[in-house]
Ligand binder design. Structure first.
Ligand SMILES: *Cc1c(COP(=O)(O)O)cnc(C)c1O
Length: 501
């Protein structure tokens, strides 16, 4: 039993946690202990490929998986990345202070969610075998764009699983839509829902709450599941790349073993940066964790005042994957900050559910701020940063990554802190080619162009190639064209399983 819930002391194994997703009573699963990884082991990682490094870190969390199972899953998952290093670190020159970028966008969908979502289906499959789960796992996802495609790529072709993604007919970009509707794999299903993201998301929530629907699925040998970012199987793979980045920096002599580095993380649901905190608790020499938000600045305020207050307008920004007011994974950090007092966490989460703020108090705020620094960046500063980083360092950043870069620049200006820093790059600039082209080349030239023409323009101007996974999209055959009303989602799923049988 290696995991417990943030809201009760019930303990489970890793395979139970991965299949359950959320703990009973609404809590999240967290490790019972953070077992250390020594500096000697970090040194050993310098000579290992990424999948080996990842397997070592995962072994610390997945108590009822064998070493061979973990190694096999990691090797399969990361063979699909387009960089041999999987998560390469590059050094930027021309910025103030030693600055590195950890590129997490070399997976099939060109964004960091691939790192976890390529592994999760494989871990899920193993967990099903261990628990004697014979039913087909039917994964339902509502997406505003990126998570859906990453889940489809992860589950496509994985035996014993099926994945259905609902996206809003109004609200995903042309490139995002094409990425999804051209998805291959006989166990993948992509359905447009008339309306906006909330319509699709509420529809999926209704299906998960519908007992009759669950009984129907059980009767035909299926069990519903989700792939969202509170699943422990998505969190654990993310801890690995912080160790990997550190090992690479030791190998390139950018740092000496044991030297502290800061990580700067573009943050939405708090999963990515929480993984960095877990790495720190396991012994990785981390200085500060800079939590970078866009204009949805609830986390920056929280880290300033110790009060989490979601009562503010939701803002659409050019870094849409961070447009979030309730960061689910923060609950796991709160649990540590209050010395694992599940009852207290439950009270705070109840307040939040009722739309009310909660206050962690001065002592916990002080402990939080020993490690975390929160800040936020608006769209105009984000655009300016894309331009500045290109001009000074000849490095192209997507808007999410640029939010992190600006947070680091402002922090260094404020503090003069010379510690080496790693900016975590969460998406390829070509995934958000329109915004990056606008920031670098101006509104006038990009007006009236589609996403793909913007990418071509950007590639020409910067002397680089559009990644084949984007450039090739318009010529792929469309395989999914269902368009339904939000009230018809359950029927559509019944139709899908009927056709599959
Ligand atoms: C999901 C996402 C984020 C936010 O990550 P969290 O783990 O939710 O904090 C940042 N950037 C991109 C490109 C993403 O897709």
């Amino acid at each position: 039993m290696s995991l417990i819930s943030t809201r009760s002391s019930e303990a489970v194994t890793a395979s139970q946690a991965i299949l359950a997703g959320m703990a009973p009573g609404g809590g999240l699963y967290v490790p019972c202990v953070f077992s250390p990884i020594s500096q000697r082991e970090i040194l050993q990682m310098t000579a290992q490929p990424y999948a080996r490094r990842a397997a070592r870190v995962l072994e610390a969390f997945l108590d009822d998986f064998t070493s061979a199972e973990i190694a096999g899953a990691a090797e399969e998952a990361y063979a699909r990345f387009d960089a041999p290093e999987v998560a390469p670190v590059c050094m930027l020159s021309g910025l103030d202070g030693p600055t590195h970028v950890l590129e997490l966008f070399h997976g099939p969908t060109l964004a960091f969610k691939d790192v976890a979502l390529q592994l999760l289906p494989r871990l899920t499959r193993l967990a099903m075998e261990k628990r004697g789960e014979k039913r087909e796992l039917f994964v339902l996802v509502a997406t505003s764009g990126d998570t859906g495609k990453a889940a489809l790529e992860g589950f496509a072709g994985v035996p014993g699983t099926r994945c259905a993604v609902f996206y809003p007919s109004e609200g995903v970009s042309a490139a995002q839509c094409l990425q999804m509707v051209t998805q291959t794999g006989s166990n993948t299903h992509v359905i447009a829902v008339r309306g906006n993201f909330d319509d699709a998301q509420n529809g999926v929530k209704r299906i998960f709450a519908d007992q009759d629907f669950a009984a129907d699925m059980d009767a035909c040998g299926r069990v519903l599941s989700s792939a969202n970012s509170i699943n422990f199987g998505r969190l654990a793979p993310q801890v690995a790349y912080y160790f990997s980045a550190y090992a690479d920096m030791v190998a390139s002599q950018a740092i000496t073993l044991g030297q502290k580095v800061h990580f700067v993380v573009p943050t939405g649901n708090f999963g990515n940066i929480l993984a960095a905190e877990y790495a720190r608790r396991m012994g990785l020499p981390v200085g500060k964790l800079l939590c970078a938000s866009n204009s949805n600045n609830v986390l920056a305020d929280f880290m300033e005042r110790g009060v989490y207050d979601p009562r503010r307008p939701f803002r659409r920004t050019i870094s849409p994957s961070m447009d979030i007011l309730i960061s689910s994974n923060l609950e796991r950090l709160l649990f540590e900050l209050c010395d694992r007092d599940g009852a207290l966490v439950a009270r705070w989460m109840q307040a939040l559910k009722a739309g009310q703020p909660y206050d962690i108090g001065a002592d916990r705020l002080r402990a939080l701020r020993e490690v975390f620094v929160g800040d936020w960046v608006d769209d105009s500063a984000t655009r300016e940063t894309i331009q500045r980083v290109w001009q000074r360092a000849r490095y192209l950043m997507d808007p999410h990554t640029a939010v992190a870069a600006r947070t680091l620049m402002d922090y260094r200006n404020r503090t003069g802190d010379p510690t080496p820093a790693v900016i975590v790059a969460t998406a390829s600039p070509f995934k958000f080619g329109r915004e990056v082209a606008r920031a670098l080349l101006g509104d006038v030239v990009t007006q009236g162009l589609d996403d793909f023409a913007c990418c071509d323009l950007l590639a020409d101007a910067c002397g680089v190639d559009v990644p084949p996974r984007i450039a090739g999209l318009p010529s792929l055959p469309v395989r999914h064209n269902a368009l339904i009303g939000a009230g018809d989602m359950a029927d559509e799923l019944r139709r899908i399983v009927g056709a599959a049988d």
